[in-house]
Design a protein around this ligand. Sequence first.
Ligand SMILES: Cc1ncc(COP(=O)(O)O)c(C=O)c1O
Length: 426
Amino acid sequence: MLKVSKFGKKIAAVSGIGQLMDDLGNALAENAKSQYGGKYVSMLGGGNPAHIPEVQKHLRRSMVELMEDKDKFERVIGNYDPPQGNKRFIEAVSTLLKNELGWKVKSENIALTNGSQSAFFILFNLFAGTFEDAANKKIVFPLAPEYIGYSDVGLVENLFVANKPHIQHINEHIFKYHIDFSQLKITDEIGAICVSRPTNPTGNVLTDSEIEKLSDLARANNVPLIVDNAYGTPFPNIIFTDAKPIWNENIIVCMSLSKLGLPAARTGIVIANEEIIDMVSQVNAIVSLAPGGIGAAITTNLVSSGQIIRLSRDIIKPFYQKKAADAVEQLSKLLDGIDFHIHKPEGAFFLWLWFRDLPITDAELYQRLKKRGVLVVPGHYFFPGLKEKWRHRHECIRINYAQDKETVSKGLEIIADEVKTAYKAG
Ligand SMILES: Cc1ncc(COP(=O)(O)O)c(C=O)c1O
């Protein structure tokens, strides 16, 4: 067996989530074959955004303009950007954030990364891990469940701690998680606080008061607050509540072009104080010389003209909001008579389903659904850093409702059928 370093063992190990992602990828590749039920596979598992024709039309037009504008295409593909990322795009984003949100952001406060996933890799390992005084610091997730993609980015083991949420039952079948501040302790062990808002996997949007409290706690303890805004305002704006977006010198906001419809362009946007932006740029230089510039090139004009705001507000948000409402309505009918609970969909494009006292685990439910051609993500993967045993984490699944109506609808029918069978068998 090949000998590798501790770092190699940690980063290149086969993880549960890696296998799961393989499953999803293989199913996609095999979509037309029989193993997963051929074309009837309902891919409700991954994090792909929908292909929204109106949005794609604009992206295609931008690409055509890029190709037809003298030597622009050649310049875009033929030169490295600086390690901080494409200057024109950064300038356009900082102006947009100033105008739209009133944030006091300058170009020096923005760096690009190859997808926001790489930004989390950089930031988590900057603010947690082994410090010079030998202290081991951690990132705290104030509210689990949290984004699965954070789980394995630590260069050292046990980089995360997380807290169980407080559960508010809004009605018989709709609930919402809140941060349990009585449990949230920012000790010397904590290097940064991180939340996704809107949250993947639940579609939760932390309230303004929760975010303000977190910001105050972070400042009082001299640690940064990282807000993962991959689905948030001002783009792609997949957020159905009136949440106030905040930024200051102690907050790091991470954004992305992925959920707008450009996941393949791998463009993440980090907004932070200059010291942090300089560090992110330095890491970019070492790890990849420069972030890729294609996403920036395709969207710079959309950002500087403000078109990206109109697309996000008038097309993207209503598109997903309708899909969320349809999925909740269908599920509620299908699951009638069952003790099911759906997290209130306030943003992103996932439904988080909780089957209280389900006689089988989420992992078993996943396997049964896979056999019937439906792929979801078992809930227990979404609790990075939570040490406590908690049955709840084996009673939930995440489904992505961004796919076409038929796919989602067929998938929901099968999910409801399997869940009912499991409850009946006791
Ligand atoms: C909450 C959240 N943050 C970050 C990411 C990473 O996205 P990307 O690296 O494509 O910007 C995702 C992707 O699914 C996500 O759901």
